[in-house]
Design a protein around this ligand. Structure first.
Ligand code: AMP
Ligand code: MG
Length: 408
């Protein structure tokens, strides 16, 4: 509570977690329901549409974890044992003859009757086909039992899992040749601003190159989205209406720019006329203004135009929204608690996401944290979270969100 009774400094600003909760709720209301079956090699970056339940035990049979000898511990009383068979990976062994041992290699099935594998380093092969063991053995040693990793009927990957190399490998180990995945979410990317031109053209007076377009398009591709690159939208109401109207077959229109306070906000006007608009002032820095709404039923998210603001609001708000549209449950990036390598003497009224990197076990921050400076993020390998109304001295613990967490 504020002792002098003034409204709190964060006052009318919406906390980041409130905005995120609202976006996720809206994503839950409009899930992508279409699915497709894809060969396993093509599911990278996609979202699993149905639970993956194992039809196998893994391993399917007990197998040896070592190169060595399989035997029954009770058969060994200190005397050498005869080697009665040799079992390589990929072979089906005979049951073990009582009182003997079997030469066995890693991954080979353990023969019925054997209850342990002794590694070859603890055994001495003699000239008479017998093997001397040099120490006592325990039942079960060096055997990977049937079903140790996974048993038949077990839920291995729940629907909503994002699929990458590890999940693909796991599915392959269960014999899946393909998986049911959620259709790609279709996102139209629009860059608003009369000042924008594309790289490759000569820069005229008052113009800047459009950096958000390629930034968002390639990021969305990494996230497994189908990208509709809608280019630059001039600051003009009629064009805004027309261009938005052309995007009826996408799941989201993602625009940047034109949401700053005091600016002629053509996106906002168009949404108010033919849809719905929520303008949020967020307690986030860089960031703050964010538009959410729909145009003729198509959801629209309008991110602030300064490139570092675009990056932060996309990473923390639009990315989870898009993942949730595809049914991903766990949309929250990993946050690592690390010591700050800097002082933060003046508390802010917005939650700051400073572009920083880890050096000598501490998070340090780029010298220029202006929202227009995309270079700060290229220098950084993470976002350092500094909470509202918070000061820091070096060594205080802060959250660090690796950029690699949100870029995929
Ligand atoms: P706005 O939100 O439209 O007021 O834009 C805020 C700032 O970001 C202005 O300096 C814009 O020139 C800049 N900006 C907006 N869109 C882009 C873009 N696509 N690429 C680079 N800078 C942009
Ligand atoms: Mg603008």
């Amino acid at each position: 509570m504020n002792p002098v009774g003034k409204p709190g400094k964060t006052g009318s600003l919406m906390p980041v977690e409130v905005a995120l909760a609202r976006l996720l709720e809206m994503a839950d209301d409009t899930p992508i329901v279409e699915r497709e079956h894809l060969p396993l090699a093509q599911v990278q970056g996609r979202v699993l549409a149905q639970d993956l339940v194992s039809t196998l035990d893994l391993p399917p049979w007990p197998n040896s974890a070592m190169d060595g000898y399989a035997l029954r511990t009770a058969d060994w009383a200190g005397e050498p044992l005869v080697v009665s068979q040799k079992i390589f990976a990929g072979q089906a062994p005979e049951p073990l003859q009582p009182g003997t041992c079997a030469r066995i290699f890693t991954g080979a099935p353990v023969p019925a009757g054997a209850d342990c594998v002794e590694m070859q380093e603890n055994a001495e092969a003699q000239a008479d086909r017998r093997v001397r063991f040099i120490q006592a053995m325990k039942p079960g040693q060096n055997i990977r039992p049937q079903g140790q990793e996974i048993t038949v009927g077990e839920l291995v990957l729940p629907a909503g899992t994002r699929l990458g190399p590890i999940e693909q490998g796991l599915a392959a180990s269960l014999g899946c040749a393909g998986l049911e995945v959620v259709r790609k979410v279709r996102v139209a990317v629009l860059s608003t601003g009369d000042e924008l031109i594309e790289p490759g053209q000569a820069l005229g007076p008052g113009q800047i190159y459009n950096s958000n377009r390629v930034l968002l398009c390639s990021w969305l591709q990494r996230l497994g989205c189908e990208v509709v690159d809608a280019g630059i939208l001039p600051d003009d109401l009629q064009t805004t209406r027309t261009r938005l109207g052309e995007m009826q077959d996408v799941d989201l229109i993602l625009s940047t720019g034109g949401v700053s306070v005091g600016e002629a906000d053509f996106l906002g006007i168009a949404l108010r006329e033919e849809g719905e608009l929520s303008l949020w002032k967020l307690a986030i820095k860089p960031g703050k203004p964010l538009t959410f709404g729909h145009f003729r039923g198509v959801p629209v998210i309008g991110l602030p135009g300064n490139p570092a603001s675009t990056l932060v609001t996309f990473a923390l708000l639009a990315r989870p929204y898009l993942l949730r549209r595809q049914g991903v449950n766990d949309t929250e990036p990993l946050k690592v608690r690390v010591p700050a390598g800097f002082d933060w003497p003046i508390p802010g009224n917005r939650r700051e996401y400073l572009r920083g990197r880890m050096e000598n076990g501490q998070a340090i921050i780029y010298k220029n944290q202006s929202s227009g400076v995309l270079r700060s993020a290229a220098w950084a390998d993470g976002l350092v979270e500094v909470l509202e109304d918070r000061t820091l001295v070096q060594g205080d613990i802060v959250n660090f969100i690796p950029l690699s967490e949100v870029l995929n």
